[in-house]
Design a protein around this ligand. Structure first.
Ligand code: ADP
Length: 336
C-alpha cells in the first residue's frame, strides 16, 4: 500500500489545516496510508508522528494554525539533518512526502531529496505569497483581508485626529502584502521593495515629507503609510523619528505583526488549500517528483520545486504603477 507522509513547516499560514484535511481525505479515497509528522522537520528528526484518518481532520478547516504544528528546524541546514530525516522516512517505508510551507521549507525538501529515493511534493503555504508557480499561496488572502480590516479601523482614528500613521505589514522580503493592502485601503503612501531602495532612503523620505505637507495643506483628514517589514533601516520607529526631526511631522506607529498569520482562513484560502491538497495526492499517484502544486488562473499545475523557490514572483507592475501614477498623483504632482 502506498504510504504518504505529511508535515507543515516554517511560518504557519491560515488554510494549512484545510490542506491537511484535503490530503487525508484524498489518501483515504485512493486507499493510501497517511501519517503526519509534528513540528515541521523536527518531527522527522525526532520520529514524532501520528497516523491520520478522516476522524483526525474533522472540524479543522475553519481554523488558522496547523494541527500538525509548525516550527523552524535549524538541524536540517546541517549535513546530518537531511540524512537523519531520510532514515526516518525509510524506517516508516514512506513513498512520498508532502510538505506545506514556504521557500525555506522547499529548500529543506531539496536537501532531503539528496539522501532519499521517495517522491517529494511541496504545497505553497505562506502568507508572503513569494513563491513562483502559483498566483496565490495558501494564507495570503487571509493575511490581506486581516490587514485590510485592521487598517480600516486605524483609518477611523487617524481621521478623527487628522494623524499620520505608519502601519507596518508582514511579507518578509516581498511586497505582495504591502501592495495589496495598500491599494485595498487607499493608503496615501506604500513603501515596499518595488518602489523604495532601502540602501538610499533619503530621496524617498524627502518625497514622503512633501506629500504629507501637501496633504496637510489640502486639509485631508489623515495620511496612512503602509510600510513593508524589513524595508526601512531601523524600521517604522526610525521612520517616525526622521519625519519628526526633518519636518516636525508627528506620526503614530502600528506594527500589525502576527495577527496577519492567524484567524479563520478566508474562503479563498480554504478553497485553494483544498484544491491543492487533493491535487498533491493525485500527483503522488502519477509518480510525479520534485514538484510544487500551484494554481495559475483557473489551472492547477505542477512546477519544478527549484523554480518555485528561485524564479521569483514580482508584485503586479500595473498595481505599482496605478498607485504611483494615478491614485496618489495629486500628492506627487503638488509636491514636485
Ligand atoms: P518558510 O518555509 O516559511 O520559508 P523557513 O525559511 O524558516 O520558513 O524554513 C523552514 C525550515 O525549512 C527551516 O527551519 C529548516 O528546517 C528548513 N530549511 C530552510 N532552508 C533550508 C536549507 N537551505 N537546507 C535545508 N533545510 C532548510
Amino acid at each position: 500500500m502506498t504510504k504518504i507522509a505529511l508535515l507543515t513547516s516554517g511560518g504557519d499560514a491560515p488554510g494549512m489545516n484545510a490542506a491537511i484535511r484535503a490530503i487525508v481525505h484524498s489518501c483515504q479515497h485512493h486507499q493510501y496510508e497517511c501519517i503526519g509528522f509534528f513540528h515541521g522537520y523536527n518531527g522527522l528528526l525526532n520520529d514524532e508522528w501520528q497516523a491520520l484518518t478522516h476522524a483526525d481532520v474533522g472540524n479543522i478547516l475553519q481554523f488558522g494554525g496547523t494541527i500538525l504544528k509548525s516550527a523552524r528546524c535549524p538541524a536540517m541546514c546541517l549535513p546530518k539533518g537531511p540524512k537523519q530525516a531520510a532514515n526516518t522516512l525509510r524506517k516508516h517505508q514512506i513513498d512520498a512526502l508532502i510538505v506545506i510551507g514556504g521557500d525555506g521549507s522547499f529548500r529543506g525538501l531539496e536537501a532531503l531529496k539528496a539522501h532519499w529515493e521517495g517522491q517529494i511534493i511541496g504545497l505553497p503555504g505562506t502568507i508572503d505569497n513569494d513563491l513562483a508557480g502559483s498566483d496565490n499561496t495558501i494564507g495570503f488572502a487571509t493575511a490581506v483581508t486581516t490587514a485590510t480590516h485592521a487598517i480600516d479601523k486605524i483609518r477611523d482614528t487617524a481621521n478623527a485626529f487628522e494623524r499620520v500613521f505608519i502601519v507596518e505589514v508582514m511579507g518578509r522580503h516581498s511586497g505582495h502584502i504591502a501592495f495589496n493592502v495598500g491599494l485595498a485601503t487607499g493608503a496615501e503612501a506604500i513603501l515596499s521593495f518595488e518602489n523604495c531602495d532601502p540602501a538610499d532612503t533619503a530621496p524617498q523620505l524627502a518625497r514622503l515629507i512633501s506629500q504629507i505637507q501637501v496633504q496637510q495643506q489640502h486639509n485631508h483628514d489623515s495620511f496612512v503609510i503602509v510600510l513593508a517589514e524589513n524595508l526601512w533601516p531601523g524600521g517604522p520607529q526610525a521612520l517616525k523619528a526622521q519625519l519628526a526631526e526633518q519636518a516636525g511631522i508627528d506620526s503614530a506607529v502600528c506594527v500589525l505583526g502576527h495577527i496577519q498569520r492567524g484567524g479563520s482562513p478566508a474562503p479563498e484560502d480554504r478553497l485553494l488549500a483544498t484544491e491543492l491538497g487533493l491535487e498533491a495526492v493525485n500527483a503522488v499517484s502519477r509518480n510525479q517528483d520534485r514538484i510544487m502544486i500551484g494554481k495559475q488562473g483557473s489551472t492547477l499545475q505542477a512546477v519544478p520545486l527549484s523554480g518555485a523557490i528561485n524564479d521569483g514572483k514580482p508584485v503586479n507592475g500595473r498595481w505599482v504603477a496605478a498607485h504611483e501614477d494615478v491614485l496618489t498623483e495629486y500628492l506627487i504632482k503638488h509636491s514636485e
